[in-house]
Write a protein that binds this ligand. Sequence first.
Ligand code: 5GP
Ligand code: ZN
Length: 117
Amino acid sequence: MVSEADCLFCKITTGEISAEIVHETGRTLAFRDVNPQAPTHVLVIPKGHYPSAAALAAADDGLADEVFTAAHAVAEREGIADSGYRLVFNTGPGAGQTVFHVHGHVLGGRGMAWPPG
Ligand code: 5GP
Ligand code: ZN
């Protein structure tokens, strides 16, 4: 598995940093955001280290599919799959990406404004 010594989310996958895990598969992990922006705010990641959504897509081994499937499983588990949820991958600093281990934000439980800020 690809990992980076100083990566915050790699440390969550190893348990070095604690997080409230809500869903796990062989190659994915989902945990609550420490600073939630909605009643449900869960981050879904591949356990392996890919810096961005672009890098994950380029891996082309089905892992991106697993991350999407895990995100929907989280939405179902959190009871927001039918009411609606937003799945966001901030990609690059200009889009607000601050942690460079790809993660999808699963946001829901309240109305979502569009366009996002
Ligand atoms: P980004 O800004 O890169 O799209 O999202 C990074 C997210 O990681 C932010 O929503 C932030 O609140 C969350 N985050 C940062 N540090 C931690 C942490 O140590 N634990 C958890 N659970 N979330 C974190
Ligand atoms: Zn990482």
